[in-house]
Design a binder for this molecule. Structure first.
Ligand code: AMP
Ligand code: MG
Length: 277
């Protein structure tokens, strides 16, 4: 998933905890191999190549992610959309060339975007695309899922106090007493807030959260799937605190695009909008 994962465990049995943390890291590695669309051998790459030709039966992780992704897509009026892949590619290319894509290219890409084009069969776990060019991109939710899965493993083995983080953009606490910071929008070493997490996850979209300090971006990497244009967020970053790490990850991306109006519709999560300076 092109990012570093980190696990902090605390407790008595040092070697036992290290072994359990390694199991959780192995699971993250396995998920990365499954979910990355940049690995030609991943399950997502197979799905992207085959699902327009006919139903593809996928494993439990990918099916669960797609099921939740479709639900969040509905609940966010399409702001969160894992089929934004073709648009993400266009703007990623633009980042390299320096030239924004033309209207026509965006229009073409939009024809292949929309979670309605992804058909999910709850009984058989078959996934079918109803259009040839659909491309699933789990960049906005895969890290959250992997963090959540790693935390579940730690809990299954009886770990009562731990922190799991993925690329600094999603972090999940097991137990209480974990304080995590939200970075200043431009001063990378400063925090604008400190949040106490109790068995909760926090994800951040936008801002410097998941960027290296020496990377300059010309175009936002979060794309509005309705217009095909990069996000024009009113906030420098958005952090979402939820019980589930996949949900916090997905909603942070959606709230970054749609702002507080959308966040108000999710009373079960907390959202922190960091304004531009
Ligand atoms: P995040 O950092 O979690 O907000 O995820 C951003 C990544 O998700 C981008 O780099 C794209 O790979 C992908 N993405 C971009 N726009 C969207 C969108 N509107 N919905 C879902 N995924 C997106
Ligand atoms: Mg996200």
């Amino acid at each position: 998933m092109a990012c570093e994962f980190e696990i902090i465990v605390s407790g008595e049995d040092r070697q036992g905890l290290i072994d359990i943390a390694n199991l959780a890291l192995d699971e993250i590695e396995r998920l990365d191999e499954t979910l990355s669309r940049f690995r030609p051998t991943s399950e997502v790459s197979f799905l992207n190549a085959e699902a327009a030709r006919g139903p593809v039966i996928v494993g439990p992780d990918l099916f669960e992610i797609l099921r939740v992704a479709k639900q969040v897509w509905r609940e966010t009026d399409g702001a969160f959309d894992v089929t934004a892949g073709p648009l993400v590619d266009l703007w990623r290319e633009a980042e390299q060339t320096g030239n924004p894509p033309g209207r026509q290219a965006i229009g073409e890409a939009l024809k292949n975007v929309g979670m309605a084009r992804v058909l999910l069969d709850d009984q058989t776990h078959a996934v079918t695309f109803d259009t040839q060019g659909v491309r699933i991109d789990l960049g906005a939710v895969g890290k959250g899922y992997a963090v959540g899965k790693a935390a579940s493993i730690l809990m299954e083995y009886g770990v009562e106090s731990a922190l799991v983080s993925g690329g600094k953009s999603t972090i999940q606490a097991i137990g209480s007493g974990w304080n995590v910071g939200i970075r200043h929008p431009s001063k990378l070493d400063e925090r604008v807030a400190e949040i106490a997490l109790h068995d909760q996850a926090m994800s951040t979209s936008g801002g410097p959260a998941q960027r290296d300090r020496d990377i300059e971006e010309r175009f936002e990497h979060i794309i509005d799937p309705v217009t095909g244009m990069p996000a024009r967020s009113k906030a420098a970053s958005v952090s979402v605190i939820a019980d589930d790490a996949m949900l916090s990850d997905a909603l942070a991306t959606a709230f970054y695009l749609r702002g507080r109006e959308l966040a108000k519709r999710f009373p079960e999560v907390r959202a922190i909008f960091v304004p531009f300076e």
